[in-house]
Design a protein around this ligand. Structure first.
Ligand SMILES: N[C@@H](CCC(=O)N[C@@H](CS)C(=O)NCC(=O)O)C(=O)O
Length: 440
């Protein structure tokens, strides 16, 4: 069987676990999967030696291969078990494919910033409301899994102080707090990041009020991507979870539906609703909207366009500068063609701090709303863009670009994505296990 090494508290674990659960529940994951808590012992003794990375989640396939990075885990499983299909085929569903990969990128590498911020902002000393206690407990459960309840919480508290310097998070950011600064979250920008998140949640609340999932009545890649920010950080964490339930109840229902647990009222994907037939017998029907299928004719509903527009308005301008910065870095004397590049999402990669922090060669200015700051360049995003480029090319090849052009014409600024290939020209990234290299 597949073995997923994950944490309940982890952003990307939520994405992959929900995907695997869906595939398994629909009879589409062959031998099935076991969800294994990735304890420090397993990370150091197994994950690092096998994949070269301590990042969670990681998947061990039934034939003993190791896959790290949530997108690659999903791609690997989709290739081995294509039914039910989760990533729309760009040859037959060009618009839905492009929209899915864009939303995955937005969820993975943009929404991560305010999600990560909320967890740690509401854990700082003196915050009211605070989810520090909940957060200590959930981290302690990973780092001291055999200890008693109180000891688990104490282990979490100790980690927060020793590794993250939580009592001086603002004056001297360390660990996760340093990561937030690397991602461009400071006192000056944090409200702009939060506003971005609220805008997106508002768009999703409207969309999910009409459709159960991103593409209609059954989940797809975009849903699992969005579950990254929405499960562990915005739904489970206590302060964020209260706000989500209070202001975005329809998004909450979608979280439960997509996560596939505790979802009886949320009409999860394999659920039937029943009525009584004339003879008093139970007569079932699919619980989901849109006949429990993706919308027909490769349709992108109107309610999804604001989400795509947010990608083009907020994330795309940052990505274009990031591609320029990475291209210059790769071409410079600081880098040898084919050598390793930074690989982390949440913070500067150890060994690359001089480049990815301060005014380093792998940092960039950015603007969000009415505030601006500086953030690190994340080469993993170029790997994701390279994957998107492939989908875009195949989608355009299916009908000479007609469908994709139509989709972009309905967005604000989508046509600019057609320049992706030339922008990526100098910064293509190759992935090997959990490590990234420039293309020699
Ligand atoms: N891009 C990766 C990111 C994986 C990742 O960053 N995982 C976090 C937890 S959600 C982690 O393990 N961070 C610790 C580390 O990178 O050492 C993915 O898609 O899976």
């Amino acid at each position: 069987m597949y073995r997923l090494f994950s944490w309940e508290l982890s952003y990307f674990s939520g994405k992959v676990r929900a995907y695997l659960r869906y595939k398994q529940r629909m009879g589409g994951l062959g031998p099935g999967f076991e969800d294994i808590l990735a304890t420090p012992e397993l990370i150091q003794g197994l994950l690092v030696p096998k994949s070269g990375s301590p990042a969670v989640p990681q998947l061990m396939t039934p034939d003993g291969r190791w896959v790290q990075d949530s997108s690659e885990i999903i791609d690997t499983c989709e290739a081995a078990h294509p039914t039910p299909l989760v990533s729309p085929d760009p040859g037959t569903h060009p618009r839905q494919a492009v929209a899915s990969y864009l939303i995955e990128l937005l969820a993975d590498e943009w929404m991560v910033v305010p999600g990560f911020w909320e967890r740690w902002y509401f854990s700082e000393d003196g915050r009211n409301p605070s989810h520090r206690a909940f957060n200590e407990q959930q981290w302690g459960a990973v780092f001291a899994p055999d200890a008693s309840g109180a000891e688990r919480r104490a282990a979490g508290a100790m980690l927060f102080e020793q590794a993250f310097g939580i009592s001086h998070s603002r004056e001297e950011p360390q660990g996760v707090y340093a990561g937030l600064v690397h991602l461009g979250v400071t006192k000056e920008t944090e409200h702009a990041w939060q506003a971005s998140q609220h805008r997106l949640l508002g768009h999703l609340e409207t969309h999910f009020s009409a459709h159960d999932y991103v593409l209609g009545g059954r989940p797809s890649l975009g849903d699992f991507g969005l579950l990254g920010p929405l499960y562990a950080h915005l739904y489970r964490d206590a302060v964020s979870g209260f706000a989500l339930r209070t202001h975005f109840p329809i998004v909450c229902e979608w979280v439960e539906r997509t996560n596939g647990e505790g979802a009886l009222s949320a009409r999860s994907y394999d659920q039937q609703l029943y009525s009584l037939g004339a003879d008093g017998k139970l007569v079932g029907r699919p619980a989901n909207s849109d006949g429990a299928q993706w919308l027909p004719d490769d349709e992108i509903p109107e309610t999804l366009l604001p989400v795509l527009d947010t990608f083009f308005a907020e994330m795309w301008p940052v990505l274009t500068v990031a591609m320029e910065r990475l291209s210059s870095f790769i071409a410079s004397d600081a880098h040898t063609a084919g050598a390793e590049l930074p690989g982390k999402t949440f913070f500067a990669t150890p060994g690359f701090e001089a480049y990815q922090t301060g005014d380093g060669a792998l940092t960039q200015p950015f603007t969000l709303g009415d505030s601006s700051g500086r953030r690190m360049v994340v080469p993993y995003q170029m790997w994701m863009l390279g994957r998107l480029e492939e989908i875009l090319d195949r989608a355009r090849a299916s009908d000479g670009g007609k469908s994709v052009d139509e989709l972009f014409a309905r967005t604000s600024g989508g046509e600019d994505l057609l320049s992706l290939g030339s922008r990526l020209g100098g910064c293509r990234v190759r992935k090997e296990g959990g490590r990234l290299h420039s293309v020699a």
